[in-house]
Design a protein around this ligand. Structure first.
Ligand SMILES: C[S@@+](CC[C@H](N)C(=O)[O-])C[C@H]1O[C@@H](n2cnc3c(N)ncnc32)[C@H](O)[C@@H]1O
Length: 222
């Protein structure tokens, strides 16, 4: 295989070789692969990708290594409320992962969308959305109100040309999460119901960095 997705397979294989076999899916390699395979199937190459809530940046870096141009944005809200995450290590990891085709920005996505004038082909929302209504760490930090969720996602979709990849909890974990009492924010279906997307396609079953089973969806925009 000369090309993987849009890029060279070799950098991805080198990245895989650096991880313990049992750990690679926990840091996002399987999710980067699932996205790259899906993009390759629909023949999308040399894309501008916005990774919303990129955390340490592993997935951003892998997609950039495969030929895409990636912007990772994270406000480090999880690191601020969960002791097991160290903001300094996260920043150091991102600095190490920066490369010509991969830039990282420490900002809340709301601020980023207000100030950035870029257009993107694809945006990632991997294990991000389900926290916005309740806030993080079950203590309500960085909670969005309903209008903010609608406005932020509408604004995000307006700067993305093709599709989103959205990762959601499966039912078992969804039961642990505080439910939307009004039943509005059911992702990924919400994007179609609100007229922002024309279809939703299941891409893969995945494992989040916390070890929880998740589902990855492609949301094709209207
Ligand atoms: C559960 S982690 C998922 C990290 C990564 N996407 C993954 O799947 O491995 C959620 C990430 O989203 C970031 N995040 C949450 N809300 C955000 C916001 N409003 N703006 C920027 N980043 C945000 C958090 O800081 C955290 O790093």
């Amino acid at each position: 295989v000369a090309h993987f997705g849009n890029g060279d397979l070799a950098p991805l294989l080198r990245e895989l070789a650096d991880f313990e076999p049992t750990a690679y899916e926990r840091v996002g390699v399987d999710r980067a692969l699932a996205i790259l395979v899906d993009l390759a199937l629909v023949q999308q190459s040399h894309l501008k990708i916005l990774d919303v809530g990129c955390s340490v940046g592993t997935i951003s870096r892998l997609l950039a290594s495969s030929g895409h141009q990636v912007t990772g944005v994270d406000s480090d809200v999880v690191a601020a409320v969960q002791a097991w995450q160290d903001p300094d290590s996260i920043s150091a990891a991102r600095r190490g992962y920066s490369m010509a085709r991969c830039r990282f920005i420490e900002a809340d996505i709301r601020t980023f969308l207000d100030t950035d004038d870029g257009q993107y082909d694809v945006a990632l929302l991997l294990s991000v959305l389900h926290h916005w209504l309740s806030g993080y760490g079950y203590v309500g930090v960085s909670r969005f109100d309903r209008v903010e969720i609608r406005d932020t996602l509408t604004k995000l979709c307006s700067v993305v040309r093709r599709c989103l990849y959205v990762e959601t909890p499966i039912e078992d974990e969804a039961a642990e999460m505080p439910e939307d009492p009004l039943g509005e924010f059911r992702f990924p279906g919400w994007f179609v119901e609100s007229g922002l997307a024309r279809s939703v396609t299941a891409v893969a079953s995945t494992v989040a960095t916390n070890g929880k089973p998740r589902r990855l969806w492609r949301v094709d925009l209207s």
